[in-house]
Design a protein around this ligand. Structure first.
Ligand code: ATP
Ligand SMILES: Nc1ccn([C@@H]2O[C@H](COP(=O)(O)O)[C@@H](O)[C@H]2O)c(=O)n1
Length: 218
């Protein structure tokens, strides 16, 4: 069976991580959520806001563990849930726009994908991290559907949220991610766009599995 990498990019709350995790599990591939890595560095920044980013990224110890989903450790502390809280979400796009942060994380992400067999989701995977990925998906959904999904998410996590604020935050983060100077969120020329508005999780997962199998089983 041919080993491939799958890049899944798209705006906030489009469904990337959920689907990428399911696709990786069904195909026996490794799943990497790169947003969690930017969120972990944001958490470190919030703890030491005066530290410059070049020093911060050298000082911190980031560890990703694939154990039936992905866990992320910052200086040996499991921060997988903490990074989803509102203070991190409000600051992550700013931190992710920093050159030193992107250089550090893209380097780690490229090491993780060098041996193939990875489903990686984020904003710049198909354009910057693994431009040679055998399959690239650009996942979108309407802002209202994405806000509804994130609202349910946050409620399940016990994170305070309301629909109108989520619409604003999603639009804010999309704008920041799409207009930043370094590695903006943009659909790769060879990416397949999937609009998941109104699609079930299962239907989206099956669509990507079918696309992947066309390549793997060639
Ligand atoms: N097709 C779908 N239909 C309904 N709900 C979905 C669908 N895809 C994902 N979801 C739900 O939407 C929420 C957000 O999905 P997910 O976190 O995977 O999005 P994301 O694109 O990775 O977001 P972010 O980039 O902000 O981390 C999750 O609760 C997930 O279960
Ligand atoms: N490859 C990536 C992944 C994420 N980001 C930035 O992190 C923010 C949080 O990502 P989520 O997937 O957890 O929403 C995102 O809004 C981006 O600003 C990135 O720059 N590159």
């Amino acid at each position: 069976m041919k080993k491939i990498n799958i890049a899944v990019d798209g705006p906030a709350a489009a469904g990337k991580s959920t689907i990428a995790r399911l696709v990786a599990s069904e195909l026996g591939m490794v799943y990497v959520d790169t947003g969690a890595m930017y969120r972990a560095i944001t958490l470190a920044h919030l703890a030491q806001p005066v530290l410059d980013f070049e020093t911060l990224v050298q000082k911190i110890n980031l560890k990703i563990v694939n154990d039936n989903g992905q866990k992320i450790y910052l200086n040996d502390e499991d921060v997988s849930e903490r990074i989803r809280e509102n203070d991190v979400t409000l600051n992550v796009s700013y931190v992710a726009s920093q050159k030193a942060v992107r250089e550090k994380l893209v380097g780690i992400q490229q090491e993780l994908t060098a041996a193939k067999g990875v489903v990686m989701d984020g904003r710049d995977i198909g354009t910057q991290v693994i431009p040679d990925a055998e399959l690239k998906v650009y996942m979108i959904a309407s802002v209202t559907e994405r806000a509804e999904r994130r609202l349910k998410d946050n409620q399940q996590r016990g994170i305070e949220a309301n629909f109108e604020d989520l619409v604003k935050d999603i639009e804010r983060r999309d704008h920041l991610d799409m207009t930043r100077e370094i590695s903006p969120l943009v659909k790769a020329n060879d990416a397949i766009e999937i609009d998941t508005t109104g699609m079930t999780i299962e239907a989206v997962k099956d669509k990507i599995i079918a696309l992947a199998r066309e390549i793997i089983d060639k």
